[in-house]
Write a protein of this length. Structure first.
Length: 427
């Protein structure tokens, strides 16, 4: 049996659970009455139930609520780390988590990397396994009676869905699309580190009382297709339950084992290999500039060190420092912060195979030339902006660290959302 136990002391448990707000096939939503009288919080509790075909197939499954909650919280913890806007707050216990209250938009947004399942039935001639690059995005209207039909953007606009004070228009569709794509890409990278291929993903969105559009509901083993080693025969998701010709006790034991396996693996999504940035200052006077870089690195969840060494005044010490850093075997980006005549970055670039970024604290603009004009055979890049230097380091480390990749991806989404909302406010 897989271990997905929870140390309940690690979560905020002293909540007053209020009335039941809603109950679906696999979960129940309760109001939360906390000390701050914040009526915008809810508790989502997963049930020991599994369903398919719009509820036509339904079974009890022991520990399903525990596995679903472990998976959902593992996913949302990762997305929260990457600054994706979600309703998730924290895990409450083994079968429930606390989130912001949202009015749900009756749409399922599906992102597909690989063609399979219902997509093949709707698009005859497309071979199973066809890889969508970029991702394929589809919308489905939530209606069990109509079996959640596929809808176009034009149909959604015609519906004029009223969610609280928000009417779902083109801007809301654009925002849901961008968040869904970023969510898939972050989870895809994370699952790849566990030798699993994320095939497709279904997500839902809600609107808060103050009008914020957030990724909402749950993301568990019912929400995706997940193929270990990219092999459909090893599928661990709910499709294995849908594919059962006969639902036997033995078959349900295997389905439960699949859900347990995914729940345990979801707890590893936030584990990443070590990587770091070393900010090397030419002198103590460069510290204020360096701390601006460090602040951005913290936002990207990048470990960093700040060291002081001069290429001109303590060359031998610098070379020893470089040998120690490179000998550690930890993927590292060096950021050189040195004013006036910046020999620090070029000297490091000539004596290490690690990537070097120059970020000189300029007093006069002509000081930049010592960072830009390099001797032949040397390669290091330069950013005069502290955030640019930090992001450059993040992009480099993201190649081998999925958490940093996710944070960089989340940063891109955040900037896009800021521009989009500013534009909408001007219309």
């Amino acid at each position: 049996m897989y271990d997905v136990s929870v140390n309940l002391t690690a979560f905020e448990n002293e909540l007053k659970i209020g009335q039941k707000l809603n109950e679906g096939k696999t979960k129940v939503v309760f109001a939360v009455e906390n000390a701050a009288n914040d009526d915008r919080l809810v508790l989502l509790r997963s049930k020991d139930a599994i369903t398919a075909f719009d509820g036509e197939r339904a079974h009890k499954m022991k520990l399903k609520g525990k596995f679903s909650t472990a998976t959902t919280c593992g996913v949302f913890d990762l997305l929260q780390c990457c600054d994706i806007p979600t309703h998730y707050r924290f895990r409450h216990d083994e079968t429930s988590f606390v989130a912001e209250l949202c009015d749900m938009i009756p749409l399922e947004v599906v992102a597909r990397r690989v063609a399979t399942g219902s997509f093949l039935k709707r698009h005859q001639g497309v071979e199973e396994g066809y890889r969508f690059m970029p991702l394929k995005l589809e919308f489905f209207f939530k209606d069990d009676a109509q079996h959640d039909p596929l809808v176009s953007i034009e149909q959604i606009l015609h519906m004029k869905l009223a969610i609280g004070k928000t009417i779902v228009g083109q801007a809301e569709i654009d925002i849901m699309s961008k968040i869904a794509l970023a969510t898939f890409e972050i989870l895809e990278r994370a699952w790849t580190t566990l030798s699993c291929t994320l095939i497709d993903l279904k997500v839902e969105f809600g609107v808060t009382s103050d009008g914020r559009l957030l990724l909402a509901d749950v993301i568990d083993n019912d929400s995706w297709r997940l193929w270990p080693s990219g092999d459909k025969r090893l599928q661990k998701d709910k499709q294995a339950y849908r594919d059962l010709k006969e639902v036997t006790d033995q078959a349900m034991d295997q389905i439960r084992d699949n859900y347990a396996w995914v729940a345990e693996k979801s707890g590893q999504l936030l584990k990443a290999p070590p990587s770091k940035v070393v900010i090397l200052m030419g002198s103590e006077s460069d510290r204020v500039h360096s701390m601006k870089i460090a602040a951005i690195l913290q936002q990207l969840h990048i470990d960093y060190q700040v060291r002081v060494c001069s290429a001109h005044k303590s060359t031998e010490e610098l070379l020893k420092m470089l040998a120690t850093i490179e000998g550690s075997g930890v993927p590292t980006v060096l950021i050189a912060v040195a004013g006036r005549s910046n020999g620090l970055g070029p000297v490091m670039a000539g004596n290490t195979s690690l990537p070097v970024v120059n970020c000189p604290p300029l007093v006069h603009h002509d000081e930049i030339w010592s960072s830009l004009t390099l001797p032949s055979g040397l390669g290091c890049c330069t950013s005069i902006n502290t955030d640019g230097a930090a992001l450059m380091a993040g992009h480099i480390l993201a190649m081998t660290n999925h958490i940093i990749w996710g944070c960089v991806r989340g940063n891109r989404l955040k900037r896009w959302l800021q521009i989009k909302k500013a534009d909408v406010n001007n219309i």
